[in-house]
Design a protein around this ligand. Sequence first.
Ligand code: CTP
Ligand code: ZN
Length: 150
Amino acid sequence: MKELKVSAIHKGTVIDHIPSGKGLKVLEILNLPEDSTILIAVNVRSEKLGKKDIIKVEGKILSKDEVNKIALIAPTATVNIIDKWEVVEKKNVEVPDEIIGIIKCANPNCITHYEKVKPKFKVISKKPLKLKCHYCERTMEEEIIAKNLL
Ligand code: CTP
Ligand code: ZN
């Protein structure tokens, strides 16, 4: 029998293979309702990653849009939908076509720094990751994006 560091869940969503140390950030980005039941495991052993974080959301099936926004900081994550204790669906996270919030624009003069507007980016390339600000059209590449995570 496989060792379980965190209890199995009856129904819900398991986000597995999160790079270790990124679990709490992922949880923040998911912005789940305050009354959600969440199990989190940090720095557990993984064959694929060495160490990984896991988030289990009980009783809630997260939509593709809800989950895909974590692809920027946890590209290795897999999403498992659990029903009646069984994994009924398993998928990888995918960078969405548009990103709202999560990162700030690298252009210090961008309106998003002065007005109450959420940063918004169009994804112009997924691999390598390249984004373009909806407001000032500044393009941002992977290294800059990582430095501008909110
Ligand atoms: N899981 C859970 N509750 C269940 C079933 C599974 O919390 N009732 C969790 C497992 O602990 C694991 C993830 O969901 O973190 C995926 O389960 P499974 O596919 O059985 O594990 P692996 O085969 O190890 O997955 P992978 O191939 O993606 O590494
Ligand atoms: Zn901008």
